[in-house]
Every structure is written in structure tokens, then in C-alpha cells.
Write a protein that binds this ligand. Structure first.
Ligand SMILES: [Fe+2]
Ligand SMILES: [Fe+2]
Length: 250
């Protein structure tokens, strides 16, 4: 039986819902990414994974009610990030959905049939107090990342990082120059990179002051291994079911 929770249930700051990896046997691992950001009394869903069935299954297991989602942010229009959109929109009408400006007009129209209120993201912006979008960044695929201001510093959340993971971190630093970067998490898209290229990226991370790294989804096994080696106990092996609170970012 699924335990039902009310909208007031306090979730950890970040809960990974969908990922290629899983940290719990009762959750499905599937190619893609989705996480819940609980911030300022709001529940923000960042991406929706590749499959609405998996998204719904994992949300139920994690005690996250679709009705409790206040806002949806989609990093980019790839199947493994938008696959669960209708599972959410059908359960949660009139949802505000922040998408990169280049998002397909037809896709946007389809979402509106579920009452979705679409906000096209262009430049960097503060979506809610302390929650920012990097804006739509150019790349092989245009993409936005989320920045969350926490007591520990900025948390950067990426979908696939197609514009480049270092470029996303540099953009975060430009948007919030006074804040340290506590954590960079999500897909780093380093599947096809050589070891020396990945090690250059870990060095750039350190130069930019990134304290914790959590490479998952499309980061690739080598990147997970090399980030783990370079970051030691400041590497978080992220997967579905991972929860991150301020206590993990000291
Ligand atoms: Fe992806
Ligand atoms: Fe992608």
C-alpha cells in the first residue's frame, strides 16, 4: 500500500527521483534524470526522467505527491528529461512550467492542454527567492540549469550539461558571484571524454571553488570514478533515492 502524505510533508532539500543509477532496491533505475528541490516552502520538480511510469512509481515510493509539486523546471528537450511530463501534468493541473525558450512550440501547446502555464526562459532569472535559472545556454542542445542558494552556498543542478559542465559552473559564479559553490550535481555529459579531459574538468571545478561534486545520469562511469578519486569524501555517488540536506554540504 502506498503511504499518502499531505502537501505539508517536509522533504529533504534535494531528493533524486529518477536516474540511471539507484541507491534503493525499491526504486527503478532508468536512463534519465529528475529530482525534487524543496526550497522556501515550495516543491520544485527539476526534469521528469524518461518514463512517466517510472517517475510515478519512484515518487510514490519516496512519498512525493504529484499534487504537492508547485513548479516544474525542464532543463532541455531530450526524451530522458521530458518523458514523465504528462504523468505530472495530468495529476497536477495549472502547473507553472519553466522551459528553455527554444522548446518546441508544439510541445508547449500540448502541455497547455493540461492547463500548464508555460514560462519561456531566455536569460538568467530568479524564479523564486533563492532559486535561479542560468537562462538558456547555447550548446549542441540548448539547456538551462537550476541554481539554489543555501546556507552552505550555491547548489548547481544540471540535466545533461550539453552547453558544458564547466561553462554552467562559470555561469553560476557570474550570477551569484558572492556565494561559494557548495555542490554541482546531475548529468555532466562526459560519456565520451578522455581521462585527461575529465581531470582538467575536476581541476577547473576546484579552481572555481566547487566543494562537492555529484556526477550521475549521463556523466559516464569514468567521470564518476575520476571525480570520486579527485573529490574523495566530497564526491556524492548520486542515484534515485539519494537525498541531500545542508548537513551533507559542510
Ligand atoms: Fe540526459
Ligand atoms: Fe540531453
Amino acid at each position: 500500500m502506498i503511504t499518502r502524505h499531505t502537501e505539508t510533508k517536509a522533504h529533504p532539500f534535494i531528493t533524486v527521483i529518477c536516474d540511471n543509477y539507484t541507491t534503493r532496491e525499491d526504486l527503478e533505475a532508468s536512463w534519465g534524470f529528475a529530482c525534487l528541490i524543496a526550497h522556501g516552502g515550495k516543491n520544485i520538480l527539476f526534469d521528469t526522467g524518461s518514463d512517466g511510469v517510472v517517475l510515478s512509481h519512484n515518487m510514490a515510493r519516496l512519498g512525493i505527491e504529484p499534487a504537492s509539486i508547485d513548479l516544474l523546471m525542464i532543463s532541455h528537450q531530450h526524451w530522458d528529461h521530458v518523458g514523465g511530463i504528462y504523468a505530472i501534468l495530468s495529476a497536477r493541473r495549472d502547473l507553472r512550467v519553466f522551459v528553455p525558450r527554444s522548446f518546441s512550440v508544439h510541445f508547449q501547446e500540448d502541455m497547455k492542454r493540461y492547463g500548464a502555464r508555460i514560462i519561456d526562459v531566455d536569460g538568467a532569472d530568479e524564479i523564486l527567492p533563492g532559486l535561479f535559472t542560468t537562462g538558456e545556454l547555447d550548446g549542441p542542445v540548448k539547456e538551462q540549469a537550476a541554481l539554489v542558494q543555501t546556507e552552505a552556498g550555491t547548489v548547481v543542478i544540471t540535466g545533461c550539461a550539453h552547453p558544458g559542465i564547466v561553462r554552467i559552473v562559470e555561469t553560476a559564479k557570474k550570477i551569484l558571484p558572492k556565494d561559494d559553490i557548495a555542490l554541482v550535481m546531475g548529468g555532466f555529459h562526459l560519456l565520451h571524454n578522455r581521462d585527461d579531459e575529465i581531470l582538467n574538468i575536476t581541476e577547473r571545478f576546484k579552481t572555481l571553488g566547487v566543494r562537492y561534486a555529484a556526477a550521475s545520469h549521463c556523466s559516464g562511469e569514468r567521470a564518476r570514478k575520476l571525480f570520486s578519486r579527485q573529490y574523495g569524501d566530497h564526491f556524492i555517488a548520486l542515484g534515485a533515492g539519494s537525498t541531500i540536506g545542508p548537513e551533507h554540504l559542510k
